[in-house]
Design a protein around this ligand. Structure first.
Ligand SMILES: [Zn+2]
Length: 161
């Protein structure tokens, strides 16, 4: 009986370890706040490119305008990391207040592993940030890994306005 308990505990532990290491979900509560934003933004980018010859939007303003023009509920909160407690600003100046960083000039021909948008570690107590890739997947990176990834891809974070 005791042996079965040990086996069950081991299986559960391994399952959790695998889930923990997988990047589909943030590894801490501090990362969860903008995961759903990026999942929705990823879908928005794919609707956008379908209407723009395979080109992803190159600014948050273009993303917002597309969302607003498509007759969907264009909630500007989509472009704010809730960890910041910040309120959205004017909808004609989205790039001035959006919490996130967008990498311009990407297309459906870009490598799937290219970063297309990300949050900033300073919005998550310096612990890390969510990253959206061209393939639409969202991944939480601890701060060190986050900056390593950006460096590998030649991306520099614009200064916070
Ligand atoms: Zn965030």
């Amino acid at each position: 009986m005791r042996r079965y308990i040990v086996i069950i505990v081991t299986v559960v532990a391994v399952t959790f370890a695998v889930m923990w290491l997988g990047c589909a979900r943030p590894r801490s509560a501090s990362g969860q706040k903008c995961t759903s934003n990026f999942a929705q933004i990823g879908k928005l980018f794919y609707r956008y490119e379908a209407d723009h010859g395979g080109n992803f939007p190159s600014s948050w303003q273009a993303s917002y305008d597309y969302l607003a023009s498509s007759g969907q509920d264009a909630n500007p909160r989509l472009f704010v990391c809730r960890r910041t407690g910040q309120q959205p600003g004017p909808t004609n100046q989205v790039d001035n207040w959006c919490s996130f960083v967008i990498v311009p000039n990407l297309t459906t021909n870009s490598p799937m592993t290219r970063v297309i948008a990300c949050c900033r570690p300073e919005h998550h107590d310096g612990k890390g940030a969510n990253v959206l890739f061209v393939d639409g997947s969202v991944c939480w990176y601890a701060t060190d890994e986050f900056y390593k990834l950006l460096k590998e891809q030649g991306i520099t974070l614009p200064k916070k306005k």
